[in-house]
Design a binder for this molecule. Structure first.
Ligand code: SF4
Length: 484
């Protein structure tokens, strides 16, 4: 079963009702998203060529997706030539089976993980646990989520819904069960909390023989993988263990290093609001005597080629998971990420998850409606994904075939009239002639529509007739020239 949604979560309207009633959650979200939003705004303003950079990012991603088959084959060749092994996973089940088999083959019962949305998408931790293998999350926010038996709610800050008092409590109560316990009397000072996490995680890094990662980018020309993070935990995971297994969505490809350069500028500014990323780790296959001596790359489809086949929806595959659309979204700021019931929350989750999973389930059906269509997500997106356009497109898919009979008939009639200028003219004249007979409230099922909207006034004569008359009398300033 593919699993880009959280099992058992209610659909957005129900989940959002509960979330918006939680004043503490709203406070945490407002504070966190407001801070990141402000930082992003400042560093983006600094660049005169931001819009050109954004356009370059869009173009590189579109070109890559257009020739994805070719670039994927090139990536496989490059990784293999550099001493790595490439595995192809068509869905989540296959990916889980590959990773589990690879870990079992090492004889290890523990793995360290660097934050990876792809492994959350395939529910890897549960699959490993079922085989008696424990996965330790090493990103600070992911650690908080794991110790709190919680779910992530943001790409960049998965524990954004928690404040430091809650984090202190989780560390005090749960750290000891997973390894080095929290120090006696741990409070909620951010430095103390970070130090407790550092001591706890260091033991894991030093003991681990196997690591599982994702990747922000994969460079087809050289077979290099790139992870951008802010804490240094990724660097530890990617260099200390003997075996490294990376699970990467097939859309993470860029053709060459010069293409990568564009995203190394776009991503830090859009995500953390930094000019440069603190820890950028790049590795290419294996190097004798340096870093992991066994490297496996699991390339994950899991609905991506289906998404690619959709002319409108495929732009969602450009996403570089910067989270700018989450931080700007008025809906996300009030509900948080859990309400989406999806591994990918916020505006991008609302268009990505229904495409990866299809729009059959209640969670996926509700997601395209979890938006006010204000368009702020499009404005901030560093790769110019027109999220509102895809939302509307997916809404059409959800309602297709379920539209009530009268509405369907009305839409078909409107389409027929609007398609022919002569028909439109005749319809407008008829409407003007009958304007006195048009009711202010529609009867039957249409009443719900007119309860909250006014039926517009129909003019005495259609605009075209009025314009033509003015033209003939010379009042349009072109000596009677006909227009319109
Ligand atoms: S859709 Fe755009 S803004 Fe949102 S996470 Fe993806 S790249 Fe960032």
């Amino acid at each position: 079963m593919s699993s880009a949604t959280f099992v058992g979560m209610p659909a957005f309207p129900d989940a959002a009702r509960g979330a918006t009633a939680d004043a503490q959650l709203r406070h945490n979200l407002r504070k966190a998203t407001g801070t990141i939003r402000g930082k992003r705004g400042e560093v983006v303003e600094e660049l005169d060529d931001w819009s050109e950079l954004r356009e370059a990012g869009r173009a590189v991603k579109d070109r890559t997706l257009r020739h994805l088959d070719r670039y994927l084959e090139r990536l496989e060749e490059s990784v293999t030539a550099a001493g790595g092994t490439v595995h192809w996973a068509s869905d989540a089940e296959e990916a889980r089976a590959i990773v589990t088999r690879l870990v079992r083959a090492t004889g290890e019962r523990e793995v360290v993980k660097v934050k990876s949305m792809a492994t959350q998408e395939i529910e890897l931790n549960n699959a490993l646990e079922a085989e008696g293998i424990t996965a330790y999350e090493t990103d600070l926010a992911e650690l908080i989520v794991q110790l709190g038996e919680d779910l992530p709610s943001h790409f960049l800050v998965p524990a954004i819904h928690r404040n430091r008092a809650e984090i202190g409590r989780i560390f005090r109560e749960r750290m000891g069960e997973w390894g080095v316990p929290a120090p006696e009397g741990l409070g909620d000072d951010p430095r103390e909390l970070a130090e407790a996490a550092r001591r706890h995680l260091r033991q894991k890094f030093l003991e681990a023989k196997v690591a599982v990662s994702g990747a922000n980018f994969a460079v087809a020309d050289t077979g290099s993988l790139v992870v951008l993070e802010s804490e240094g935990n990724g660097r530890m995971c990617l260099t200390l263990p003997e075996t490294l297994i990376s699970v990467v969505g097939i859309e993470k490809l860029v053709p060459s290093w010069s293409d990568l350069e564009v995203f190394m500028q776009l991503l830090p500014r859009s995500s953390t609001g930094e000019r440069m990323n603190p820890y950028s780790t790049v590795w290419t296959g294996v190097t004798p005597g340096d870093g992991p001596q066994e490297f496996h790359l699991v390339l994950l489809d899991n609905g991506r080629t289906d998404t690619l086949a959709d002319e409108v929806g495929r732009q969602a595959l450009r996403c570089i998971r910067c989270s700018a659309c989450l931080n700007i979204c008025p809906v996300y700021e009030r509900t948080g990420g859990h309400a989406y019931g999806s591994v990918y929350p916020g505006p991008i989750g609302a268009i990505l998850t229904p495409q990866l999973q299809g729009v059959q389930g209640p969670v996926e059906k509700a997601l395209p409606f979890a938006s006010s269509l204000c368009g702020a997500c499009y404005d901030v997106c560093p790769v110019a994904i027109d999220i509102p356009e895809v939302l509307v497109h997916l809404r059409e898919k959800v309602v297709d075939g379920k539209r009530p009979g009268p509405e369907k008939a009305a839409m078909a009639a409107a389409e027929w009239v609007l398609e022919g200028p002569k028909r439109l003219n005749a319809a407008q004249r008829t409407a003007s002639a009958l304007r006195g007979a048009v009711p202010r409230r529609l009867p039957g099922p249409g009443a719900a529509w007119t309860d909250t909207r006014d039926v517009p006034d129909i003019p005495e004569r259609p605009f075209r007739d009025w314009w033509r008359e003015r033209s003939r009398s010379g009042r349009n300033g072109r000596g009677g020239e006909e227009r319109g």
